[in-house]
Design a protein around this ligand. Structure first.
Ligand code: AMP
Ligand code: MG
Length: 359
C-alpha cells in the first residue's frame, strides 16, 4: 500500500479559497448565526467548509469525520496511516487488489453513477483510468512519458465493459487482471454533496464547501444574498476571469493546470483522454459545471474537458435540461463560453470576453 502523496496546493485552490474567504468575510452582518469552519488536508488537497446555524459546530465536526472516511474509502492508491488502521477501510484499493468484491453503500452509489456517466459521455468519463495514471506517474509523482506501445497495452485495462457490476447484490467484479478503478474524477463532487446532506440533516440552511477549488453552496449566504464563486484564469493563478452567483449549487472545475508536470518543454496534465491514454489536448483550458448534483458536476467537468469545446457545447445542449447542469468553458484564447441558463448569474471580470452558449 502506498503512502499518502501530499501534492502541493495549486494556485486555483488558493484563489478560490481566497475568494470564498473574501466573500465569507462579507457576511458578518448577520451576527445571530453561529458559524463553524473546518480547514483540513484530505483527498490530496486543502479543503475548507463552513456551516452557519445553531448546530454548525456539530455539522462541521460530522462533515470532517465523513471526509476522512470517504478519503480512505475512495483513494485507489491506499494509505498506510497506522493511526487509522482498523478504523477505516481503503475500499477501492482493496477492490483493485482483489479484482472485485462487495460494495459499501457509498462505493455502490459511486460505481453506479460512474458507469451511468461513462455511458452518457460516450466514454469520455472513464472510472478505470488508474493504470494509465500510474504509467504517467500521477499516482506516485514519479512522472514520466510512457511509450505509445505501453499506452496501447494499458488501454486494454481501461475497458469499462470488463466491469461486472451487480447493483442488486452490490458487488463488482473486475474481469481483467491488472485493471483498476479510479474514482478521482468524481470523488470530490460526491464528498461535497455528502457534506451538504450532513449540513442539512443538522438543520443548517447556509453553508459553503470548498474542496480544493470544487465548491458546493448550501442555500444562500446568511444575509440572503447569493454565494459568489470565482473562476480562475487557466494561465494566471492570480487572475479571476469571472464570478458566478449561486444558491444550492455545486460549481466544479476541471483544468489541465490543476495537476501537471513538464518534460522536454512540454506539459502533461492529469486528465486523460481514454481514447488515446494521453492527457486530453484540445481547444479547452478549463470547464466548470454548475449543478445541484455535485457528483454529476464533478464527473461532467472531467468528461467535458476531454471532449473539447464543440462536443462539450453539444453535450450541454442535448443533456443540460434533462440532467440539470450549466457550463462555463474557457477556451485557448481565454474566452468564456457560458450556457444561457446561468449567463445572467455570470459576471465577467476585467476585459475577458463572454459568449452565450444557446440552445
Ligand atoms: P478532475 O480533476 O475531477 O477532472 O479529475 C481528474 C482525476 O480523475 C484524475 O486525477 C484521475 O484520477 C481521474 N481521471 C483522469 N482522466 C479521467 C477520465 N477521462 N475520466 C474519469 N476520470 C479521469
Ligand atoms: Mg471531475
Amino acid at each position: 500500500m502506498k503512502k499518502r502523496n501530499k501534492l502541493s496546493v495549486n494556485a486555483l485552490i488558493l484563489l478560490v479559497l481566497g475568494f470564498t474567504t473574501v466573500f465569507l468575510a462579507g457576511c458578518g452582518e448577520d451576527g445571530e448565526l453561529k458559524e463553524s469552519t473546518k480547514e483540513i488536508f484530505a483527498m490530496d488537497t486543502y479543503m475548507s467548509f463552513t456551516a452557519y446555524g445553531e448546530n454548525s459546530e456539530q455539522a462541521a465536526a460530522e462533515a470532517e469525520a465523513r471526509v476522512q472516511e470517504l478519503d480512505y474509502m475512495l483513494n485507489a492508491s491506499g494509505y498506510t496511516d497506522e493511526a487509522k488502521e482498523g478504523s477505516a477501510t481503503c475500499e477501492i484499493y482493496q477492490i483493485n487488489e482483489n479484482g472485485g468484491g462487495s460494495l459499501s453503500e457509498d462505493a455502490d452509489y459511486l460505481i453506479g453513477r460512474a458507469l451511468e456517466l461513462n455511458e452518457l459521455t460516450g466514454g469520455a468519463f472513464n472510472p478505470c483510468m488508474y493504470v494509465v495514471m500510474e504509467a504517467w506517474g500521477f499516482t506516485s509523482q514519479n512522472y514520466r512519458v510512457p511509450e505509445a506501445e505501453e499506452l496501447k497495452q494499458l488501454k486494454e485495462l481501461t475497458d469499462v465493459s470488463a466491469l461486472e457490476y451487480d447493483p442488486e447484490n452490490k458487488t463488482l467484479e473486475i474481469n481483467k487482471k491488472g485493471m483498476k478503478i479510479d474514482l478521482g474524477g468524481i470523488a470530490k463532487g460526491y464528498t461535497s454533496a455528502q457534506i451538504t446532506e450532513i449540513f442539512k440533516a443538522n438543520g443548517i440552511e447556509s453553508g459553503l464547501i470548498n474542496l480544493g477549488g470544487n465548491v458546493q453552496a448550501l442555500g444562500t449566504k446568511p444575509d440572503g444574498s447569493m454565494w459568489r464563486v470565482g473562476i480562475q484564469s487557466p494561465e494566471d493563478s492570480s487572475a479571476c476571469m469571472g464570478v458566478i452567483a449561486v444558491k444550492d449549487k455545486a460549481v466544479i472545475t476541471s483544468g489541465g493546470y490543476e495537476r501537471y508536470f513538464g518534460e522536454d518543454g512540454k506539459t502533461y496534465h492529469h486528465i486523460i483522454d481514454p481514447e488515446t491514454c494521453v492527457p486530453a489536448e484540445n481547444d479547452i483550458k478549463s470547464v466548470t459545471v454548475i449543478s445541484e448534483d455535485g457528483t454529476l458536476a464533478d464527473a461532467l467537468s472531467t468528461a467535458l474537458f476531454v471532449m473539447g469545446k464543440d462536443e462539450a457545447e453539444k453535450f450541454w445542449k442535448k443533456y443540460g435540461d434533462e440532467y440539470g447542469f450549466e457550463v462555463v468553458i474557457i477556451d485557448e484564447n481565454l474566452d468564456a463560453y457560458v450556457s444561457e441558463g446561468i449567463i445572467d448569474d455570470y459576471e465577467a471580470q476585467e476585459d475577458y470576453r463572454v459568449t452565450a452558449i444557446e440552445k
